[in-house]
Design a protein around this ligand. Structure first.
Ligand code: PMP
Ligand code: GLU
Length: 397
């Protein structure tokens, strides 16, 4: 009777969304919660993008679009990839979906057969392993701790590739660590991948524009790699458009065609009005993007400075995205009243209940010793959140 499929029963819920929901519920009860759990810009979508959407409504962009998105949007994305990344694509090599999340899932479902292995550097974004599991594939993790700035080495990658490896998912700038692979580090990974032509790279570059170390590099830019790399990107983070749900993938036509077939059966093209807004985002002034990145960088500096001062926290310096991923396992085994902290999840729950600050435990990101904090919030919230965290942590003995 009330029995879900085995596929669903083996799937974990999204820890980021779950924590954000918990924090919302507490807020609704009148508790003054500072939400550092979900990763989304606190800025509003720039006005000129909103205007483009209003115009699209008036111009009756209200019908189904082509499955991979309107040609005009895909043309705008081709232009972005040429101008910003120096990469040549045609519009038939672009497919737009309901956010970058659906793009990653489409790529995984289009490529992975039951039993295929997908290499995922850990820490990872919570949804990658679950998407691989949906495809009945096997996630293979390569761990990089805070001591190596959460970045894997070429030797580590080489060591896990087997004849069963179908794909490699790289997220740079990274959620949840903020680490960014620079030009030389990517070259090292490309040198390994080039020896394994059957491995497809899924390069999640959704945080491309939130990068504090300079130019963004993509694995698709290295010799021989574009032919087997799927770039994932979208408007959610760069343009503060998380709710509009537009992401894109750019890659070899055979993969794009496969994803379009899949998407044609279960969602069709993404929202017509949002597509027109995204087209405006890619074809108009990029000034706002730079301004938002500067604000995130200032907040990064602030939260790093404050978090370094929290006893028992070990902190890296994130180079992009808007997350801090402090190691906090020195609190494991400590207690207050009848509450004992045995994991990062316990610590996150304690901080939510005691400090009214919502963070996410690191286990579902593949590092059970850390917690993730999103600093895409105001300076005041950052200062107050860390103050409260310090007060609460001091109670643990
Ligand atoms: N990839 C990563 C690494 C992310 O953090 C997110 C944020 N949700 C996504 C993909 C999905 O983005 P979108 O909102 O466009 O679906
Ligand atoms: N990417 C964001 C996060 O990691 C949004 C939530 C989600 O889609 O997981 O918090």
């Amino acid at each position: 009777m009330n029995k879900l499929s085995d596929r669903l029963n083996s799937l974990s819920s999204s820890a980021t969304l779950a924590m954000s929901q918990k924090s919302g519920e507490l807020k609704a009860q009148g508790v003054d919660v500072i939400n550092l759990s979900v990763g989304e810009p606190d800025f509003n979508t720039p006005d000129h993008i909103k205007e483009a959407a209003k115009k699209a409504i008036d111009e009756n962009y209200s019908k189904y679009s082509p499955v991979p998105g309107y040609p005009a949007l895909r043309k705008a994305i081709v232009g972005k990839l040429k101008k910003e990344n120096g990469l040549d694509y045609t519009i038939t090599q672009i497919s737009c979906s309901n956010g970058a999340k659906q793009c990653v899932c489409n790529a995984v479902l289009a490529l992975v057969n039951p039993g295929d292995e997908v290499v995922i550097p850990a820490p990872y974004w919570v949804s990658y392993p679950e998407m691989v599991k949906l495809a009945n594939g096997k996630p293979v993790f390569v761990s990089a701790g805070i001591d190596q700035n959460f970045k894997i080495t070429p030797a580590q990658l080489e060591a896990v590739i087997t004849p069963k490896t179908r794909a490699f998912i790289l997220c740079s700038p990274s959620n949840p660590t903020g680490s960014v692979y620079n030009k030389e580090e990517l070259a090292g990974l490309a040198n390994v991948l080039i020896k394994h032509p059957d491995v497809i790279v899924i390069a999640d570059e959704i945080y491309e524009h939130i990068n504090y170390i300079g130019k963004h590099y993509s694995l698709a830019q290295y010799p021989g790699m574009k032919e087997r790399t799927v770039i994932i990107n979208g408007v959610s983070k760069a343009y503060a458009m998380t709710g509009w749900r537009i992401g894109f993938m750019a890659g070899p036509e055979w993969i794009i065609k496969g994803c379009n077939k899949l998407q044609g059966q279960y969602t069709s093209g993404p929202c017509s009005v949002s597509q027109k807004a995204a087209e405006a985002a890619y074809t108009t002034s990029q000034v706002e993007v730079g301004k938002m990145c500067k604000a995130f960088e200032r907040r990064r500096d602030l939260i790093v400075k404050l978090a370094k001062d929290v006893p028992g926290f070990e902190v890296n310096i994130p180079e992009g995205a808007f997350y801090l991923f402090p190691k906090c396992c020195s609190y494991f085994g400590k207690s207050v009243n009848d509450c004992t902290i045995t994991s990062a999840e316990d610590l996150a729950m304690f901080l939510l209940n005691d400090a009214h600050v919502a963070c996410v435990g690191g286990t579902s990101f593949g590092d059970p010793e850390c917690i993730r904090m999103s600093y895409a919030t105001s300076d005041e919230n950052i200062v107050e959140a860390i103050r409260r965290i310090k007060v609460s942590l001091a109670k643990l003995k």
